[in-house]
Design a protein around this ligand. Structure first.
Ligand code: GLY
Length: 591
């Protein structure tokens, strides 16, 4: 279906080290060598497209992908494998996701030929108030003052989500799905270059929290070195409790008490989570949100995520333009995509939030509305700042709204699984920023997801849609996606990256659908991100080379590293094709 085109990607130091590191670990060297190409003399590297015929796992860490693959080889399905992948990610990539966080899953049910989604987003505690992130003078707290400690911790949702999905779709005994992570937590695993880098980068925060310091640093307070063996017996014990007692063992009893104590008794920044918040938490199954694009249906996670709606708006607005003919090397493509993204973000900031709490316009994906928004893009140069305003999508019930603002994040992980029956899991999982709230309890880190709420609840006398409210889920940008063609799944993809996720995923979809790239080329494509006016261009890539052209169109530009972790599969006549982001340590493994 989609023809590969040649592309290479200049390697980041971490990716270079990670690739070398992969070849030194015997347990997955064979599989990894199928999917990671050696560096060239010029210092560039690519990951290669991986082709499978029965099943596949693409995840951010080889050990996690291997855990999922083993479940699939053992006759398990995607709902079984995702439990094993998440349990392993919480051990080997603890900075990004885990038991103490939340997740969204888009699920393709091959038997029923239908999509559904599961919302395991964290909730604000019952005691939280809209002023949670304001100081004594009513001013928003500095971001990390809010993050580190107990204040930012929402009720974790991941464990209930795993149980709900496995309970509905799983085929293997729940208990057995934790064995690999339990064994490795006890035996110890080698600290990866990425984990080492994140630990080192977070000095000044992570090492000031006693439990995290004891786990991630050596006796002299130095970050654990690459390759150091890290054991986590507390995590093994927690997994054992969940394996035999189900999610209730996490949401009630000793583990719940330990979580609540860590949050409420934090010495400088206590939070509000209670035993009741944990005991009453529910993961919610919700319908997928789908948007048409050039004969495809692009489906993902609706509110409380802004992911599928914002991506659907971007694609809807650009669908009247010849992006395919222009191609990725023409600045005109990026003018249209970038300004469509800015317009979609204007709607996102004004209207999108947890729709269980806040009425939202029904017409955010209305094709006539998007067509009329797209007329703003019919011009030769960039939209001016004043031209980028929220639109007026059709409402059932009008409400005054004012724009909110959220901070970027650097945690989060995305994985995809396809099983023998054709079920597909596309799951984005997070503890929000790297290492979440930095509070470690019973072997896992607690999230700081509440800082995804807008800190100031009111602006110019109007309520901000994404303000803190008790029991509400903070607005997310996570965009686990499954694309259908003629009702059949053809692409599953997603990424970490805070609100950049929306651009990363939209860009990869455009690369596959308009530019006929394969999934590996699409996830490797240099990033061009324009959410709020400045064009963020990925350093040392063709994106950075285009800075002058984009400036000539009227954009401010900023060249920087881009922290995506796009993992995807495409189902083609050749088989199941997998691609892993070369910027991280992930791999695609399959049979
Ligand atoms: N904390 C990442 C997101 O939900 O967008």
């Amino acid at each position: 279906m989609l023809k590969p085109r040649g592309s290479t990607f200049p390697i980041r130091l971490v990716a270079f080290a990670a690739t070398l590191f992969l070849f030194t670990i015997p347990s997955f060297a064979q599989q990894a060598s199928d999917s990671v190409a050696p560096e060239t003399a010029s210092g560039t590297a690519t990951k290669q497209l991986v082709l499978a015929h029965r099943h596949m796992v693409v995840a951010a860490n080889p050990l996690a992908a291997e855990a999922g693959l083993e479940v699939l080889r053992d006759g398990g399905n995607a709902a079984d494998a995702l439990v094993a992948v998440q349990a392993m990610l919480g051990l080997v990539e603890p900075q990004s996701s885990g038991l103490g966080g939340g997740a969204f899953l888009v699920w393709y049910d091959a038997k029923e030929k239908r999509l559904t989604t599961f919302d395991g987003r964290e909730t604000a505690p019952a005691e939280a108030t809209p002023s949670l992130f304001l100081d004594a003078n009513g001013k928003p707290l500095p971001f990390y003052d809010a993050v580190v400690g107990g204040r930012s911790v929402g009720t974790p949702g991941t464990v209930r989500l795993l149980e709900a999905v496995h309970g509905k779709y799983g085929s293997k005994d729940w208990k057995g799905l934790f064995g690999q992570a339990i064994d490795l937590a006890e035996k110890g695993f080698a600290v990866s270059p990425r984990l080492h880098g994140e630990i080192a980068e977070d000095m000044g925060r992570l090492d000031h929290q006693p439990a995290a310091r004891a786990y991630f640093y050596d006796q002299d307070g130095k970050p654990l070195a690459v390759g150091a063996t890290l054991k986590n017996p507390a995590y093994a014990e927690t997994l054992r409790a969940i394996a035999s007692g189900g999610a209730d063992a996490f949401y009630t009893g000793r583990i719940a008490s330990d979580i609540v104590a860590a949050v409420r008794a934090h010495p400088t920044n206590p939070g509000h989570l209670s035993l009741q918040d944990l005991a009453t938490y529910k993961a919610k199954e919700r319908p997928a949100v789908c948007a048409p694009y050039r004969g495809y249906e692009v489906c993902g996670m609706g509110p409380p995520s802004s992911g599928a709606l914002t991506i659907g708006q971007i694609l809807g607005m650009i669908s009247g333009f010849e992006i395919g003919t222009l191609g990725p090397d023409d600045p005109e493509s990026w003018r249209i995509i970038g300004d469509a993204t800015r317009l979609a973000f204007a709607d996102r900031d004004r209207y999108m939030a947890d729709s269980d709490f806040v009425p939202m316009p029904k017409g955010l994906l209305d094709q006539n509305y998007l067509k009329s928004r797209a007329t703003l893009l019919r011009r030769p140069t960039a939209l001016g700042r004043d031209d980028v305003r929220p639109g007026d999508p059709p409402w059932e019930k009008a409400e005054l709204r004012i724009d909110g603002f959220s901070y970027p994040e650097h945690g989060t992980s995305h994985f995809v699984i396809v099983d023998d029956a054709g079920n597909i899991a596309s799951m984005t999982t997070t503890i929000e920023s790297a290492f979440g709230s930095r509070q470690m309890v019973d072997g896992f880190l607690l999230n700081n997801e509440l800082t995804d709420f807008t800190f100031a609840p009111v602006k110019d006398g109007h309520a901000v849609a994404n303000r803190v409210e008790p029991g509400k889920r903070p607005r997310s940008s996570m965009a686990p996606t499954i694309v259908l063609k003629d009702g059949k799944p053809v692409i599953a993809i997603g990424s970490p990256g805070g609100s950049n996720i929306i651009s990363y995923v939209a860009e990869a979809l455009i690369a596959m659908i308009d530019w006929k790239m394969d999934v590996q080329q699409a996830v490797s494509l240099p990033h061009f991100v324009n959410r709020f006016g400045t064009y963020d261009l990925e350093a040392e890539t063709k994106a950075a080379d285009m800075a002058r052209d984009l400036q000539a169109l009227g954009y401010q530009t900023k060249v920087d590293d881009q922290n995506s972790g796009l993992h995807g599969i495409e189902i083609t006549p050749a088989g199941i094709e997998g691609g892993a982001d070369p910027r991280r340590e992930g791999v695609a493994l399959g049979d």
